[in-house]
Design a protein around this ligand. Structure first.
Ligand code: NAP
Length: 299
């Protein structure tokens, strides 16, 4: 039996970092950061992948600066779109399996219900457009793939909403947070753990010749707004007395009161039923995952 060799791209990101540990039970894990596999250096990138000969490539690298992308469209498209053509080509050439992540921001947010995989994407910002280009590159490549759209990713590692709120709550007495954008906060650890379960099943299905490449929504259960997420972060942190928070007032505001370079969808809830049906995996409720994440904090 060929041992499983897995290459992670974007190993220093929130998801990439968690994947390094979660993937270990599956085989040899080669974790590459930006210095070892740069998604802007397309020829080198392809050669690196071909030389390593993995059975599985997990791409956790992405241009994720949503506002900055409005001013760096070409760079964002290169990393989130063009590089995916190259990664998918290498995956096909190696007869490997590609795992790639996309975003809730491929949708315009006008739907009143959670988005399913059958809904038509209509990105309203550059980041969403570049991530959609990446999805299409993977889907059109003919390689074996699992494409996971996830949302509102947080972790104790890296830059994210959880860490920003914790920092501000230590520095400031008042904070105003947008309350009219709703979504599903998803812990990077949950994404990594579900990815492992899916890869394991996918490799078995490939061996048995009944694997189907597909797109799945992968996000926590339960909905909230950014304000609701911030409130829960503050309450859970206070209960655990982990940080010395100066914050006295957390106020809900509307999107109009907090202008940003990139527009955000008002509703970016992803329905993960298809993933549960096809792979029998269920992500935790977002508050429970947040508790588990926060409990790992060490000063
Ligand atoms: N963050 C979210 O809220 C969110 C929401 C929905 C979907 N997603 C998707 O989920 C996936 C994982 O996101 P994440 O939150 O883990 O992102 P992240 O924490 O921002 O990590 C992205 C990683 O990509 C790396 N990267 C950027 N440019 C690169 C390049 N040119 N070459 C190689 N690596 C490069 C970064 O390297 P450095 O560490 O060197 O900067 C970073 O380690 C992405 O596909 C993202 O689009 C994220």
């Amino acid at each position: 039996m060929t041992p499983t060799k897995i290459v992670i791209l974007g190993a220093n990101g929130q998801v990439g970092y968690e994947l390094q540990r979660s993937l270990l039970p599956l085989g040899e894990v080669i974790a590459l950061d930006r210095t070892q596999a740069d998604l802007t250096q397309l020829d080198n990138l392809k050669q690196t992948l071909i030389d390593l000969k993995p059975n599985v490539i997990v791409n956790a690298a992405a241009y994720t600066a949503v506002d900055k992308a409005e001013e760096e469209q070409d760079l964002a498209m290169l990393i989130n779109g063009e590089a995916l053509k190259v990664i998918a080509e290498a995956t096909k050439q190696l007869n490997a399996l590609l795992i790639h992540y996309s975003t809730d921001y491929v949708f315009d947010g006008t739907k009143t219900e959670p988005y399913t995989e059958d809904d038509t994407p209509n990105p309203i910002n550059v980041y969403g457009k570049t991530k959609l280009a990446g999805e299409n590159a993977v889907i059109g490549s003919g390689c074996d793939y699992l494409l996971f759209r996830t949302s509102w990713v947080y972790s104790l590692h890296g830059h994210n909403f959880l860490k920003t709120i914790l920092r501000f709550a230590q520095e400031r007495e008042e904070l105003s947070i947008v309350d009219d954008q709703i979504g599903r906060p998803t812990w990077a650890r949950s994404i990594a753990d579900v990815t492992v379960k899916c890869i394991s099943q996918a490799l078995d299905r490939i061996k048995e010749n009944h694997f189907t490449s597909d797109l799945y929504h992968l996000s926590s259960q339960g909905d909230t707004s950014w304000y609701g997420f911030a409130l829960e972060i503050i309450e859970q942190t206070r209960q655990k007395m982990l940080y010395n928070l100066r914050l006295k007032k957390l106020a809900p505001i509307s999107t109009d009161q907090y202008p940003t370079l990139a527009k955000r969808p008002a509703n970016s809830r992803l329905c993960a039923d298809k993933l549960e049906n096809d792979y029998n995996v269920l992500l935790p409720n977002w508050q429970h995952a947040l508790t588990a994440c926060i409990s790992e904090y060490r000063d």
